[in-house]
Ligand binder design. Sequence first.
Ligand SMILES: [Zn+2]
Length: 131
Amino acid sequence: MKEKIRRLMIGRYGVDDLSRFMVLVAVGLWVLNIFTDSKFFYSWGVLILILAYVRMFSKNIQKRYQENQKYLEIKSKVLARFRKEKSNMEQRKTHHIYKCPTCKQKIRIPRGKGRICITCPKCKTEFTKTS
Ligand SMILES: [Zn+2]
């Protein structure tokens, strides 16, 4: 059986990050289907799973490789965005983030200092805020 699968996969693309992700999405949609009993989620799950398998058995390796690279690129952008949001959230506990009224430069001020005069490091505009 293993040998059969191995021979079947010769010259074919196989599993990559994108197809693993697609399988996860399909499973996620089926879970949603359980809770909502919606044919919509179920059908999309089936469709995405079929596409994932089509990609795995594809012989157009170059094209599948490019799709995977595109996916990895988008994934890293999304993850970077999440990391930035997370660090912003953590900073908000200890700092206020103000925008300069003139040039919109973001300025980070520690909390709990009362009313303070802030000088924008970029355009030198002065404004007062409560930290
Ligand atoms: Zn400014």
